[in-house]
Each structure stands twice: as C-alpha cells, then as structure tokens.
Design a protein around this ligand. Structure first.
Ligand SMILES: Cc1cc2nc3c(=O)[nH]c(=O)nc-3n(C[C@H](O)[C@H](O)[C@H](O)COP(=O)(O)O)c2cc1C
Length: 176
C-alpha cells in the first residue's frame, strides 16, 4: 500500500499528456478529494469548472502561452469566490489559501490515481473569466491540466531541486 509520502513524492508537474480519456470514476474521485478540503471558517469558496471537450478546452488553453497545455484531455479551472471566503480582521482574504489547499488535494489525488497534473497560474485571467462568463466575484485562480502522462517520467529538472530540511525547518525558534 502506498504511503502518503509515496504519493506526495510521485506528484510532479506534468507538461505532456496522453490524449486518452480519463475514466469518469477517476475524475470523480479527484474532485471528491477537492470537495472535502478544509477552508477558513468552512466558507468553501472553491468552485471547479471541468473542461473536457473541444472547442472549450482549446479556448482555455489559449489563455496560457505554452502549447503543451492543450495536450491535456481535461483542464480543471479552479475558481475562487472572494465574496464568500473568510476575511480576517486585518482584511486578509483567505480565498487563495483555501484554493491552494483544494488544488493540492487535486494534484495529490490525481497522482494517487496515476494521473498527471500541473499548476498553471501564469495565464490570462481576464480572458479565461470572459471565456467562461464568470460572475464578477468569481476569479479563476489556476488552470489544472489533468490526464495520463505521455511518458513515464516527464518532469523537469526543477522537480528534483528542493532545499534541504534544515533550510526550511527551525526547531524551538527562528534559527535559520
Ligand atoms: C502556485 C503555482 C503556480 C505555478 N504556475 C505554473 C505555470 O504557470 N506554468 C508551469 O509550467 N508551471 C507552474 N507551476 C509549477 C512549478 O513550476 C513546479 O511546481 C515547480 O517547478 C516544482 O516542480 P514539480 O511540481 O515538478 O515538483 C506552478 C506551481 C505552483 C505551486
């Protein structure tokens, strides 16, 4: 049985996909993992638009500069409802944090199901919102392509570059 660490290690940013359709039960499982994610005050501002068909998938992919995105058989447009998310007393809106948690559930659940994903945030947000006719209070936060990877391991060099644990963890005080 795979441990959580095995699953977390198996996730990488996949930038080349097989055109093979994703079985509905796998997609449903991944989205269920997003649904159960926690959110500040349980406000649940997350909304996911799942796109699997042309021409919409091509239109969404055109919001991003690199052509590999269109190789994915599906793109999940992760949207946040900023008017529903919790705002702390100092004004900080926690929508982005809630979104990151749910999206991480998606990427890890996908990895557990043998599916590749990639966070894509460097996209034309206004264009994407217009294509999907999103209401004003709903913002697309990330595009998450999902599908079977085209090759066994197609990760970039950066996947292997992580700081050593001592550089990110300090015990009993800030001692970096
Ligand atoms: C918030 C966020 C935004 C990202 N945006 C993009 C993006 O626009 N395009 C892209 O190719 N990768 C994007 N990535 C993927 C990162 O480049 C990648 O996670 C990092 O280089 C580590 O590689 P790995 O995911 O393979 O471990 C993003 C990742 C995160 C967490």
């Amino acid at each position: 049985m795979k441990s959580f660490l095995d699953i977390a290690k198996s996730r990488y940013s996949c930038r080349s996909y097989d055109k093979k359709e994703i079985p509905q039960n796998l997609l449903t499982n991944v989205l269920e993992c997003a649904r159960i994610a926690p959110s500040a005050t349980n406000a649940q501002p997350q909304q996911f638009v799942v796109v699997t068909k042309q021409p919409l998938i091509g239109q969404i992919a055109s919001c991003y500069a690199a052509s590999w995105l269109e190789s994915a058989p599906a793109i999940i447009v992760a949207c946040g409802n900023y008017s529903e998310s919790w705002r702390r007393a100092d004004g900080k809106n926690h929508c982005d944090i809630d979104m990151a948690i749910a999206i991480d559930h998606i990427t890890l659940a996908a990895a557990d199901n043998g599916l590749g994903t990639c966070w894509v945030c460097k996209f034309d947000v206004m264009k994407c919102a217009a294509i999907l006719s999103l209401p004003k209070n709903i913002a697309p936060i990330a595009l998450i392509p999902i599908g079977f990877p085209s090759e066994k391991k197609n990760y970039s060099e950066r996947h292997l570059l992580r700081k050593p644990i001592e550089e990110i963890v300090s015990w009993e005080g800030y001692n970096f």
